[in-house]
Design a protein around this ligand. Structure first.
Ligand code: ATP
Ligand code: MG
Length: 265
């Protein structure tokens, strides 16, 4: 009897796509990601990576198709149910979304803001309980920056800020972590260390991890599943060992038109 693939689904996309006026950011796409899977999304700038992550966490709506998240079809979900689904998905956005003027612990405590009312949030930000501070301290310790607990966020390096954003995601106690290019602008050793940490935490706690990455080598080295996107279209969805170099080369060989359209990386 085959009992190996009985894990519940985290995300099911059935021909789900997203347009912005006349631009197709993501063509109709069908994907299934199971609980506890670790998936890297790779592809050139403008290929649709952030759009795909935004469909997963329902910060943008699909223009077509059907999306099911943690067993709930998004088109039929609103109000408290949608809030509950969102509270189980921690997102580390491309710009980290930290408030520089706040202390590190305050940024982290906002990870649970979706789970309580306005008053609870305000009390937490001004008079946090000792237990919450201890919990945040232990998360920071796991990430190697516990001495920054009371630091002002603006005084941190880029790499330290990335860890604070990761700590906020862990404090949310999520079922899913979506990380959008979380290791940009740090040196290769720090980038690798953070990707490793995220993978380790996801594996230990059975958290589904979906990360967009420009660094192909990191994606190949740390993720058992790679989804390659180009021009809003999936080019491959596979274990990296099953992909030959020409697949990667095709993904990143841009036409002259594409280079002129978007020089950002
Ligand atoms: N809010 C928006 N309004 C209009 N067009 C958008 C919007 N968001 C994304 N797009 C377009 O959709 C396409 C895919 O964008 P997306 O941000 O998903 O790419 P990406 O792969 O994340 O790129 P990068 O690697 O630069 O972050 C691009 O052509 C982009 O210009
Ligand atoms: Mg992006």
């Amino acid at each position: 009897m085959n009992v190996t693939h009985k894990r519940p689904d985290t995300f099911i996309l059935e021909s789900a796509g997203r347009n912005y006026e006349n631009i197709s950011a993501l063509n109709p796409t069908t994907i299934n990601i199971k609980q506890g899977e670790r998936v890297a999304i790779v592809g050139p700038s403008g290929s649709g990576k952030t759009t795909l992550l935004s469909l997963f966490n329902s910060t943008v709506q699909a223009s077509s198709g059907k999306i099911t998240v943690l067993g709930n079809e998004l088109g039929e979900t609103s109000g408290k149910t949608l809030k509950k689904i969102r509270s189980k998905i921690a997102t580390i956005p491309q710009n980290l979304a930290l408030v520089d003027s706040l202390r590190v612990w305050q940024n982290i405590i906002t990870g649970q803001i979706g789970c309580q009312g306005f008053l609870g949030n305000l009390i937490d930000l001004i008079f946090p309980s000792k237990n919450k501070i201890l919990e945040i301290h232990s998360i920071l310790k796991r990430l190697g920056i516990e001495e920054k607990l009371f630091a002002t966020t603006s005084n941190l390096s880029r790499g330290q800020k990335q860890r604070v954003a990761l700590a906020r995601a862990i404090y949310q106690n999520p079922q899913v972590i979506l990380a959008d290019e979380p290791v940009s602008s740090v040196d290769p050793a720090r980038a690798e260390n953070l990707v490793q940490l995220l993978n380790q935490i996801s594996e230990e706690e059975n958290i589904t991890l979906v990360m967009s990455l420009h660094n192909l080598e990191l994606a190949k080295a740390h993720f058992p599943r790679l989804i390659g996107l180009r021009n809003g279209e999936i080019q491959f969805d596979s274990n990296p060992a099953d992909l030959n170099e020409s697949k990667f080369k095709d993904l990143y060989t841009l036409s002259e038109r594409e280079i002129l359209d978007d020089g950002e990386c």
